[in-house]
Design a protein around this ligand. Structure first.
Ligand code: 5GP
Length: 194
């Protein structure tokens, strides 16, 4: 039975663990694609262009907005991030499921535009745990961490718009839950019968 690809959006406040969880799931599921976003922010240490993100200037980003090249885009922490439309729609057409690691504003735009998308929210066990994780990560300075924590509180207010919530208290349990959600969504009758 042939069906369209499914969009799985995974959002969480930064430090919520989504990058780690996405990596584990993608490694064990070669049939799942990952949508590489375009961003106007600078690469962090260890990040690769074309693998983690496509890093471009703000001017180039704005040109792409004008040309309608994004399925959605949003400004997050003062930088622009967008999901390339062509590769996303190509995956859907060819029946390949695809994971998007994007923020809450982007997630809602995706849900609006692609009705069958599945939105998963990864929650930290508490805001204290989140603060500790961000400090341990050592990629952001003190001011940046404060900004990210304030943003986390705002983002959590969007939880009710999501289809699923997974609390990332224990990594392997959280991975197992995301895996279970993906499996269940693939079995939905409405995706198979048109
Ligand atoms: P970071 O700079 O830490 O990699 O990402 C910051 C935030 O931007 C994260 O919440 C991440 O999910 C979000 N993000 C990454 N790519 C996209 C995108 O293409 N669109 C939107 N709306 N958000 C994105």
């Amino acid at each position: 039975m042939k069906r369209e690809g499914i969009i799985f959006v995974i959002s969480s406040p930064s430090g919520g663990g989504k990058t780690t969880i996405c990596r584990i799931i993608l490694k064990e599921s070669p049939e799942l694609s990952y949508s590489i976003s375009v961003t106007s922010r600078c690469p962090r240490l260890g990040e690769e262009d074309g693998k983690d993100y496509f890093f471009i200037s703000k001017e180039e980003f704005d040109k792409k907005i004008g040309k309608g090249e994004f399925a959605e885009w949003a400004e997050v922490h003062g930088h622009r991030y967008g999901t390339p439309r062509n590769s996303l729609e190509e995956a859907l057409r060819s029946g390949r499921d695809i994971i998007l690691d994007i923020d809450v504003k982007g997630a809602l735009k995706i849900k609006e535009r692609y009705k069958g998308s599945c939105l998963i929210f990864l929650l930290p066990p508490s805001l204290e745990t989140l603060a500790a994780r961000l400090k341990k990560r050592k990629t952001d300075d003190e001011k940046d961490i404060e900004k990210r924590l304030a943003k986390a509180k705002e983002e959590m207010a969007f939880l009710k718009e999501y289809d699923y919530a997974v609390v990332n208290q224990n990594l392997s349990k959280a991975v197992e839950e995301v895996r279970a959600i993906i499996t269940a969504e693939r079995c939905r009758v409405r995706r198979m019968v048109k």
